[in-house]
Ligand binder design. Structure first.
Ligand SMILES: [Zn+2]
Length: 230
């Protein structure tokens, strides 16, 4: 992975400066994908989708924030980074953007950050992923029936934002239903045609739902169940 120069961005609400990391080149080696769609590629780190401004405390879309410039210039071929000759002091002091925690994602929605349906779905997915984060390591699974009301409400609201016509959204809805222990509904959402490349994901979700398993799991193509018709 070759890290790019940090960019200086401005909070769209108050103009406070923040630092955004960039990647010049990376790859998906060692990437993980989970049943809820969360993925992580250690060699391809991405800046957070949104961040809370450290001055005005409001959330903003990191990728849409105005970029004022870069902290270093980069000789791309070698990846060598060269410090610019004159960097304003407030640039050097700018804090890195940080992703919200589960409550932060929900607060951003409450603040009205999402103007479109697609944006709200994106933020609700991120809140869901963040809430599932402890269970990707060693913490024993806690079903959604025992989670905080806000987390349950989020998962329900997310389902209403998933279109049955869009294959990945259908899978997300099925997974949300499975994590709510609504296994029959999850199987119903999985019924019908899906693109070939997503079939193994659907087969995995279906097998888990049929066994009455609600926990989030890491996906493995090689461990996916063989579909009944092959
Ligand atoms: Zn601000």
């Amino acid at each position: 992975m070759i890290q790019g120069p940090d960019e200086i961005i401005a909070c769209p609400h108050c103009g406070a400066l923040h630092r955004r990391r960039t990647v010049l080149s990376g790859n998906t080696f060692g990437a993980e994908v989970w049943t809820d769609g969360w993925s992580w590629a250690p060699m391809l780190p991405q800046p957070p989708l949104i961040s809370r401004c450290t001055r005005c405390s409001r959330f903003f879309w990191v990728g849409r924030a105005e970029c004022l410039g870069e902290l270093e210039s980069v000789i791309a071929a070698s990846g060598l980074q060269v410090q610019r000759l004159s960097i304003p002091n407030d640039w050097k002091a700018a804090p890195h953007v940080q992703p919200p925690d589960e409550a932060g994602w929900l607060e951003a929605i409450a603040q009205g950050l999402a103007k479109e349906r697609d944006e709200e779905r994106e933020l609700r997915i991120q809140a869901w992923w963040e809430g599932n984060m402890p269970y990707r390591r060693d913490t024993p699974w806690v079903p959604f029936s025992q989670r905080a009301q806000a987390a349950r409400d989020n998962l329900r609201a997310l389902q209403t934002l998933c279109s049955p016509k869009e294959p990945t959204q259908r899978l997300l809805k099925a997974e949300a239903l499975r994590e709510e222990e609504r296994f029959e509904d999850a199987l119903g959402a999985l019924a019908g045609e899906l693109p070939k490349e997503l079939q193994w994901v659907a087969d995995t979700l279906r097998a888990l739902a049929q066994q009455g398993i609600s926990e989030v799991r890491r996906l493995s193509k090689s461990a996916a169940p063989r579909p009944a018709n092959s």
